[in-house]
Design a protein around this ligand. Structure first.
Ligand SMILES: *Cc1c(COP(=O)(O)O)cnc(C)c1O
Length: 311
């Protein structure tokens, strides 16, 4: 398999001027979207240099999202795991409770950051894709908070199996579009959102929900979600006087993982483990793009993919 070398330190923090982190990332988008993507990056750089942006973001995280989320010592689970460990050994297990945020997941951290950017850019309509519905709910929530109309694209398969989140989005005033193309799941919802964006780029901002899409989105998502790792690092030091041996995160698109991991990248003794759902074995319905895939282009960026000869 064609394994990339670990990127040098600088790639960990800032992409190059074409938006690549080492070999990956970049902006592979239609010509129509290129000016908007460049404009978004320009506005983000301006926001990063503006203390008022950080102040407003932090104020919303604290007083609207409900941060910091607790770091919880999972005593019973620790004891359960220790039953199988050699005498005197076994990990202490701590949970970073980001499901206690407003709307019940970490998605809202990123949505707050991106809608602030959308408003700085003068955009008046929001679109988003969603899979299980958590990102759709978080997007509909920040749109209701700031009074912007929003359209959420959701695969028809997901619409059928995520009724409660569909109801919540509609309750919050969002229009939900059921996408029937392809497998009618997340990837197809994202394709449809990108199509809408191309057609409505003059007034529409696309809030991407995970570490995906063309540059600067993965960087935006990383930065807005890094609050998870910054808090966890400080809370661990305060509660235990040391850093964790290992971080573990569930991986969908990778946003909570990169948000947790990123503030620990300069701590060489902290190991990091991303866990993907097992589906139905390695060859069927398994997110095995890293183990079985190779570099390719999807949704505007270069990443690891499962693909056939035609890409
Ligand atoms: C969305 C979601 C995930 C997966 O998405 P990432 O972008 O990989 O973080 C995992 N856990 C929860 C609770 C989620 O809402």
């Amino acid at each position: 398999m064609n394994k990339p070398e670990t990127p040098p330190n600088s790639f960990r923090n800032m992409p190059d001027d074409r938006g690549h982190f080492g070999e990956f990332g970049g902006r592979y988008v239609a010509e129509t979207l290129m000016p908007l993507i460049l404009d978004l990056e320009k506005h983000y750089r301006a926001a990063q240099a503006d203390p008022a942006f950080e102040e407003e973001f932090n104020d919303l995280l604290q007083n609207y999202v409900g941060r910091p989320s607790p770091l919880y010592y999972a005593e019973s689970l620790t004891e359960e795991v220790r039953k199988d460990a050699p005498e005197g050994k076994g990990a202490q297990i701590w949970f970073k409770r980001d499901e206690l945020n407003h709307t019940g997941a970490h998605k809202i951290n990123n949505c707050v950051g991106q809608i602030l950017l959308a408003m700085r850019m003068g955009k008046t309509r929001i679109i988003a894709e969603t899979g299980a519905g958590q990102h759709g709910v978080a997007t509909a929530t920040v749109c209701a908070r700031f009074g912007l109309p929003c359209t959420i694209f959701m695969g028809a398969t997901d619409v059928a199996r995520q009724k409660p989140n569909l109801f919540r989005m509609k309750l919050l005033g969002a229009e939900v579009v059921s996408v029937t193309s392809g497998a009618a799941t997340l990837k197809d919802a994202m394709n449809e959102a990108l199509r809408d964006w191309v057609a409505n780029v003059h007034d529409t901002f696309y809030i991407i929900g995970t570490a995906a899409g063309p540059h600067p989105y993965p960087e935006l998502v990383r930065d807005f979600q890094s609050v998870i790792g910054k808090e966890a690092r400080a809370q661990m030091l305060e509660r235990t006087g040391r850093l964790p041996d290992m971080l573990v995160a569930a991986i969908g698109g990778g946003s909570n993982a990169i948000g947790l991991f990123h503030p620990f990248l300069d701590d060489p003794d902290v190991k990091m483990l991303g866990i993907e759902a097992a589906g139905h074995g390695l060859d069927k319905k398994h997110a095995a793009s890293l183990a079985g895939g190779g570099p390719g282009i999807l949704h505007g960026n270069k990443t690891y993919l499962l693909q056939d000869e035609d890409g």
